[in-house]
Design a protein around this ligand. Structure first.
Ligand code: NDP
Length: 241
């Protein structure tokens, strides 16, 4: 399954990002992916992709650091560039009601969830093929939060939904599509301890599996999705109905 297509996933060591790495590799991409701290999981994922006949390259890079983002893009391109698909998945979630949020937490969430997304796309753009794909991972909380204590996280994900519209227009002349996936509650570490409660509140009485979110990323990466751009696509089992 050797391919001349390169996908770069920012934040691919665990959860939704790891499922996207595995899925895009199955779809025939060589997949470079970043992680911040989960080195063992990142290496294990690369081994598992290789065992299935694919190629994956883990790269340590903190999405809060502009230099590390640029270095990661350069390493990916050197490995197997230019880039066909860039997926910006890295995101963090810290709870805190207004009046209780520490400046450090506010800055960290903005740095990773908003500035890091923008800078990742900006770093990748010069290396993206014409008719390439940009995919961000937002959240359905951009539409409806549903619980107190999530205002900063909601702000960051609403920013991403706005951001993709502008970038989609900027890149449209090159035929590059830019879309934002908005998952609902998904079975990952970010929801540790809350899966049962979230499933209860879902119309389908379950949370999503990371593979279901990866399936939508796989669709957006394909040629047949070439007329979808500037969209935020919500995949949340009816949570926001
Ligand atoms: P996880 O916490 O399970 O995984 C997060 C991934 O992002 C890890 O690979 C992590 O790397 C990476 N990451 C985190 N911070 C950084 C950073 N500063 N630099 C580089 N990589 C980083 O989260 P999920 O899989 O649940 O979430 C993935 C995305 O989906 C996020 O943007 C999240 O906001 C969004 N989302 C998730 C939902 C859910 O219910 N799970 C619902 C809606 C949206 P490392 O392992 O090294 O820490």
């Amino acid at each position: 399954m050797i391919s001349d297509k390169l996908a770069l996933v920012l934040g691919g060591s665990r959860g939704i990002g790891a499922a996207i790495v595995a899925r895009l590799a199955r779809d025939g991409h060589a997949v470079a992916f970043t992680y911040a701290s989960s080195e063992d999981k990142a290496k294990a994922l690369a081994v598992s992709v290789a065992a299935s006949g694919g190629r994956a390259l883990p790269i340590r890079a903190d999405s809060a650091d502009p230099v590390q983002i640029c270095d990661a893009v350069a390493k990916a391109v050197e490995w197997s560039g230019p880039i066909d698909v860039v997926v910006v998945n890295a995101g963090i979630f810290t709870l805190g009601r207004v009046g209780e949020v520490e400046l450090e937490d506010l800055d960290r969430m903005l740095s990773v969830n908003v500035r890091g997304v923008y800078l990742s796309v900006q770093a990748a753009v010069p290396h993206l093929k014409d008719r390439g794909r940009v995919i961000t991972i937002g959240s359905n909380v951009a539409i409806r939060t549903g619980m107190p204590g999530a205002s900063v996280y909601q702000m960051t994900k609403a920013a991403v939904a706005g951001m993709v519209k502008g970038i989609a227009l900027d890149l449209a002349p090159r035929g590059i599509t830019v879309n934002n996936i908005q998952p609902g509650p998904t079975d990952t570490d970010i929801n540790a301890g809350a899966i049962g409660m979230l499933a209860d509140r879902s119309p389908l009485k379950r949370v999503a599996s990371p593979d279901e979110i990866a399936g939508l990323a796989s669709y957006l990466a394909r040629e047949e999705a070439g007329y979808v751009t500037g969209a935020s696509l919500t995949i949340d089992g009816g949570f926001t109905i």
